[in-house]
Design a protein. Structure first.
Length: 223
């Protein structure tokens, strides 16, 4: 009897499940069911999101700031060793003498003059060179040309005069648009065909620059 009752209950449960609609899981999202809500984005779901404005298109004659930061380091080690040995053994057998307005052979009455010499040269030099320098400044450059592929040709000039002190700086090169940072600056390491010329003149420069005499001695290097 119990077996028949269990079979009847199972058949009734199967019939009820067949007639009921498809079961759905509950969604705990504040934005509603997945099939009814819009795709989640930062613009719609974040209270702290601030949309970043796209960078302005750089045009001809616009101004960009070039950050010049150039560093160089040189380490050189040199060692030179030179040995030279020369032997000379000379015998003078004939010589000339003046005879009036002409020349004639000179008699060797005391024998043939003879020279014998030995020359030894030993030279050894060892040098260590370590050099490091840097150049760092900022300068505003103007876009003077735009290449067909979109790269920018920039050029900058600066002339500063303070009484007798003068500072001149010039920078030029080629920059890709994507290398210009959002703050409208570009690093010198990203500038192709970079040319930097910086000069100083005045009392401060005169205090440490070399004169023409020392420049001449350094070029000749007699010793």
């Amino acid at each position: 009897m119990k077996t028949i009752r269990r079979a009847a209950l199972a058949a009734a449960a199967g019939l009820a499940m067949a007639r009921s609609p498809e079961a759905q899981a509950q969604s705990a999202s504040l934005y509603g069911a997945a099939e009814t809500r819009r795709p989640l984005t930062l613009t719609d779901s974040s209270w702290m999101y601030i949309k970043v404005e796209p960078p302005r298109e750089i045009q001809l004659n616009d101004v960009v700031t070039i950050i010049v930061d150039e560093k160089s380091q040189l380490i050189s080690q040199t060692m030179l060793m030179r040995l030279q040995r020369t032997n000379m053994d000379a015998d003078l057998q004939k010589w000339l003498q003046f005879n009036g307005f002409g020349l004639s052979a000179a008699p060797m009455t005391n024998g043939d003059p003879r020279i014998q010499a030995l020359y030894n040269l030993q030279n050894m030099a060892q040098a260590n060179l370590r050099s490091a320098d840097g150049l760092q400044f900022r300068i505003a450059a103007t876009v003077v040309d735009i290449r067909p592929n979109g790269t920018l040709v920039v050029e900058a000039h600066r002339h500063v005069r303070d009484n007798n002190e003068i500072w001149d700086a010039s920078v030029s090169g080629i920059v890709r648009r994507e290398d210009v940072l959002p703050n409208n600056t570009v690093l010198s390491e990203d500038v192709a065909e970079l040319s930097v010329d910086r000069r100083e003149d005045g009392h401060m420069r005169d205090a440490w620059r070399r004169g023409w005499f020392w420049k001449t001695l350094d070029r000749l290097k007699a010793f």
